[in-house]
Design a protein. Structure first.
Length: 77
């Protein structure tokens, strides 16, 4: 999802609604910070294990990287 689409979706919601992410094993955590990360190309089909994320975690100097907003689970409280 791109930032523009996220903003469009969030504009439709109650601004006082809480935003959460999955907890480590169960439950939910609030978003406490926004960070940036570098991601590689999207993993698809037989190259992707069911338990892996959709994008590869890569070093910022790697070829074919993209900067993405990242909402760390947990974080500062």
């Amino acid at each position: 999802m791109k930032v523009k689409k996220l903003i469009d979706l969030l504009k439709k919601e109650n601004p006082d609604m809480r935003v959460v992410v999955d907890g480590y094993e169960s439950g939910f955590d609030e978003i406490h910070e926004i960070a940036y990360t570098h991601i590689g190309k999207r993993k698809r089909g037989k190259d992707k294990n069911w338990y892996d994320g959709e994008f590869a975690d890569v070093w910022k100097d790697s070829a074919n990287t993209e900067v993405a907003l990242y909402f760390p689970r947990g974080g500062k409280k």
